[in-house]
Design a protein around this ligand. Structure first.
Ligand code: ATR
Length: 292
């Protein structure tokens, strides 16, 4: 399918090059998603996966300038290390402490983080939720949580409660958030005291991800109708947490949209064109279902 669509926009001497840097990189769904987006919009560009070996990241970043790539995505394990090699760091990346998107503007490289804002855009577009003033329980206080908290705060969230296995990390994140949003950190045992106040619950940990599909980050007995339960995990597409939430009448939201929209923002920063989000989602879904 990828080949067929690339055929619509032949590669020539004008073709702009984009890509993703990571190690490993074979598993990445970004090439098929972004190439679909370029094909769909008729933009003369290609997107490749680059396997960057340990110790080669700095040279790879210099390669963006040297070869005039339009930009790259950065994935595990390089999202933090890459920051030191860039010219500018956007607020989104400074807050998240990690870069997943680099834009090359005439040799000046700027690092962004589109994971958190991508997640929030998918949450809004897929559930219709208005985040302003909402009380949100975020489970987890790692890198993903930081980016998501930034996105939620930017949308005017009311209070963000952060519950984490390691309570100190939750308190640290709450302290970082306080200048831009009401926030409170706690250990998992703190959830019982705030559970009746929250409108939205989101899992930012990897608990429940394949192959540990029988695990959940919290006991779901207090989920109720009117609540939105969201999981950043998208493998499986419906986690046990979401299944249990649905059974209790809550509205659910899975993590696939976060992946799609982080790529949509990257596409938009690079090209200035609106991302063809549904085509991008379709490309990823087909691949996850094994029929592309
Ligand atoms: P990421 O970038 O994916 O957020 P991370 O920065 O390593 O990864 O953060 C992982 C988060 O998932 C942390 O909040 C972690 O809790 P701790 O701070 O206590 O380590 C949480 N996490 C991971 N595995 C977990 C588990 N089995 N049970 C509960 N929390 C877990």
């Amino acid at each position: 399918m990828g080949d067929m669509e690339q055929g619509k926009v032949p590669v020539n001497s004008e073709t702009k090059v984009y890509g993703v840097y990571g190690d490993p990189i074979k598993q990445s769904k970004s090439p098929l998603m972004l190439n679909r987006a370029f094909a769909e919009t008729g933009i003369n560009a290609v997107y490749a996966a680059f396997h960057i070996l340990p110790g080669r990241l700095e040279a790879a970043v210099a390669g963006i300038r040297g070869m005039g790539f339009g930009g790259v995505n950065v994935t595990i394990p390089y999202k933090v290390e890459v920051m030191q090699y860039l010219d500018e760091i956007d607020e989104s990346a400074r807050f998240a402490g990690a870069v997943n998107t680099i834009v090359n503007r005439e040799g000046v490289l700027t690092g962004y983080n589109t994971d958190g804002i991508g997640y929030v855009r998918s949450l809004k577009e897929e559930t219709g939720v208005q985040l302003q003033g909402k009380r949100i329980l975020m489970i987890g206080a790692g890198g993903a949580a930081r980016g998501v908290a930034y996105g939620l705060a930017k949308e005017g969230a009311g209070t963000i409660y952060i519950a984490n296995r390691t309570a100190d990390k939750a308190s640290e994140l709450a302290a970082i958030l306080k200048p831009i949003c009401e926030a409170q950190g706690m250990g998992m045992e703190g959830i019982v005291h705030i559970k009746d106040k929250v409108d939205l619950v989101m899992n930012t940990t990897s608990v429940g991800m394949h192959p540990n599909v029988d695990q959940m980050p919290v006991e779901p007995d207090w989920f109720r109708p009117g609540m939105i339960v969201s999981d950043l995990v998208y493998n499986p597409l419906e986690t046990k947490l979401l299944r249990e939430a649905k059974q209790r009448g809550a509205q659910t939201h899975g993590g696939l949209g976060m992946f799609v929209y982080q790529g949509a923002y990257a596409f938009e920063y690079w090209t200035g064109a609106a991302a063809p989000v549904e085509a991008m989602r379709d490309a990823v879904l087909r691949s996850l279902r094994g029929n592309n």
